[in-house]
Write a protein that binds this ligand. Structure first.
Ligand code: SF4
Length: 317
């Protein structure tokens, strides 16, 4: 088995609320470009922007809409409605707009979605921005995204270099893992070898439990195990980490790298060293690059993207 990092060379398609790409499509004619904070990394993905309210034919500018008598799930089951400020029922139009946007994401083969939280349409954990209330989450489109199992990223986290680094590494691992064949226990062990350190950082009690199960499981007795393994690992990869866990993990893997390869990376600091999130993100990116160049599996970020044109050409024999 190749024990180096997994390299992805195709750009992953990601859906995004259109107003988060800077398009002035919110009810008040505004938008915010959260992708500009990614700099050159923006070009490492294919972006698939959609706006359910625009596709509902509500236009810009428009009266703001709100959920009435329930959340987005209840709208789909017919127990709640969507109304605009004037009280007009726009439920049917909104459902159509959301379905059209979902079709667009499916055609684009998007695996993840960057959502505008606080919207009654695209919101997932909040459907209002007023007074920090949560409203009735999820929103109408948020409900569809949850049901379809998209890897959901709040747009505000793209504005923090460290939070985005955390989302990006988990998204790459999530996407790669969704494509891995799990037909034998050998396949399962090999996938676990790549992902276990990241899973331990995200949910250590669960990872310990899974490690024990892997050692005890026989495929002949539990033929359903690989799919359960896929589901559980995918769910763990959706969980954000914390600054403390990330800096501990960075130091742990860097110490191993230093010992194993006998090399140092001057930029990497110990967890006790006080620095801001931007500096930590730079250290992580540097460690990722160093590990890639040295064909070393940096367990905190086991799957990385590289443009095929920038990969070293194979040596002719
Ligand atoms: S939050 Fe969603 S529905 Fe509202 S403007 Fe943005 S993309 Fe459109």
């Amino acid at each position: 088995m190749d024990k180096g990092p997994v390299i992805i060379t195709e750009k992953i398609p990601i859906g995004i609320s259109l107003c988060c790409m800077g398009s002035p499509v919110r009810y008040n004619g505004k938008g915010i470009d959260v992708l500009k904070d990614l700099g050159r990394e923006k070009g490492d993905f294919i972006w698939c922007p959609v706006c359910p309210e625009c596709m509902a034919g509500l236009g810009v500018p428009r009266d703001p809409v709100h959920l009435s008598n329930g959340d987005g799930d209840a709208v789909w089951s017919g127990d709640a409605s969507v109304r605009n400020r004037g009280g007009r029922d726009v439920t049917v139009a909104m459902k159509t707009g959301c379905s059209v946007c979902l079709e667009s994401l499916q055609r684009c083969r998007a695996v993840a979605f960057v959502y505008m939280d606080g919207s009654p349409s695209c919101g997932v954990y909040r459907t209002t921005l007023k007074n920090q209330r949560r409203g009735n989450p999820p929103g109408v489109f948020g409900s569809l995204l949850l049901r379809e199992g998209y890897f959901l990223i709040p747009s505000s986290d793209l504005q923090s270099p460290l939070r985005w680094w955390d989302w990006r590494r988990r998204l790459l691992a999530f996407h790669w893992f969704s494509t891995v064949t799990l037909e034998s226990m050998k396949d399962v062990y090999e996938a676990w070898y790549r992902l276990k350190f990241l899973c331990q950082e995200l949910d250590d009690p669960w990872a310990r439990q899974m490690g024990k199960r892997l050692a005890a499981t026989k495929l002949s007795e539990s033929p359903e195990f690989p799919e359960e393994f896929r589901r559980q690992v995918s769910d763990v990869l959706r969980k954000p980490s914390t600054t403390k866990r990330i800096t501990n993990s960075l130091w742990k893997h860097y110490s191993h790298y230093r010992k194993q390869r006998g090399k140092t990376v001057a930029e990497v600091n110990s967890p006790e060293f006080r620095r801001n999130m931007t500096t930590i993100a730079k250290e992580l990116t540097k460690m990722e690059r160093t590990a890639f160049e040295d064909d070393y599996l940096f367990g905190a970020s086991p799957v990385i993207y590289r443009d095929a044109r920038r990969l070293p050409k194979p040596q002719e024999t």
